[in-house]
Design a protein around this ligand. Structure first.
Ligand code: BV8
Length: 230
């Protein structure tokens, strides 16, 4: 970390856990006995847009008052220390931006953004109580969350930026992700193949723990500040 010039970080739901955001695959990952994988798909949305919007409405209301935690803040300070720093996140909660991170790539979108299902226009909507479910665009078409669902492709520009950040870094920190969901789960391997030193921050072992150079066993809210100050 001291000799690095370029640092790339990949975060997952675990980095927001200490802020109170439920992770996906933890025991609290359920909503009305549905799993995220059942609701976060285009099929689920077009089959029952009201149900999927009720799930997102519940998450928006839960996330709205939550604050970034010391793990988010450590990444804000870390960004200032390096010539090149890219923060890639799978999280849609917006907490990295709320903490003050600047160079963020939101791989899976943002829960505060809606997209018109006809025109494709993306807008910010910060309502914690959606006026109507499903919300409609001025054009009359249904709005959807501007989120990448399972089976949907990531935005090419964002994916390209993320892959570039993995191939061109001295150190990659992978924090708070179970490394299940693709293509995010392959990014540490891509960085490692390009010569980066890979640091994993997670209280548990994950699918990539066996391949990383250092596994810092602990919560991101504790470990990231220690890493920054070390
Ligand atoms: C794609 C938005 C190309 C939703 C998310 C069949 C058809 C099509 C595709 C597939 C298919 N089979 C497989 C795929 C690929 C699929 C995939 O990976 N599926 C998985 C389930 C195997 N991927 C896709 O579909 C992607 N698109 O591949 O496009 C394509 C297109 C068409 C056809 C083929 C290919 C799109 C994936 C994006 C899905 N959207 N989110 C929403 O959020 O509402 S993914 C969802 O999971 C969240 O974004 C979340 O961030 C992400 C990953 O989960 P994690 O962040 O890792 O969270 P998790 O709970 O799992 O783990 C938390 C970790 O934190 C744990 O390790 C825990 O120990 C740790 N932790 C806990 N507390 C702390 C902590 N760590 C640190 N500190 C703590 N305090």
């Amino acid at each position: 970390m001291r000799s690095a010039k370029r640092v790339t970080v990949l975060t997952g739901a675990g980095v927001s856990a200490e802020s109170g955001v439920p992770t996906f695959r933890g025991e609290e990952g359920l909503w009305r006995n549905f799993r995220a994988e059942e609701l976060a798909t285009p099929e689920a949305f077009y089959n029952d847009p009201k149900l999927v919007w009720e799930w997102y409405g519940w998450r928006r209301k839960l996330i709205a008052p939550l604050k970034p935690n010391p793990g988010h803040s450590a990444l804000v300070d870390m960004e200032k220390k390096y010539q090149r720093f890219v923060l890639i996140t799978q999280n849609v909660d917006g907490l990295h931006a709320k903490a003050g991170s600047k160079n963020i790539l939101e791989l899976h979108g943002n829960i505060w953004h809606t997209r018109c299902t006809v025109e494709g226009m993306v807008k910010e909507n910060l309502e914690t109580e959606l006026k109507e479910i499903p919300p409609l665009c001025e054009c009359g078409a249904m709005l959807r969350p501007h989120i990448v669902w399972f089976g949907e492709s990531l935005e090419p520009e964002i994916l390209k930026g993320a892959m570039d950040a993995c191939r061109n870094c001295d150190v990659m920190i992978v924090a708070g992700t179970s490394a299940v969901v693709q293509p995010a789960a392959s990014m540490a391997g891509i960085a490692s193949d390009a010569g980066a030193f890979i640091i994993e921050v997670n209280p548990d072992r994950t699918l990539i723990t066996g391949e990383v150079d250092a596994h810092l066993h602990g919560k991101s809210g504790d470990v990231l500040p220690l890493l920054l100050n070390a």
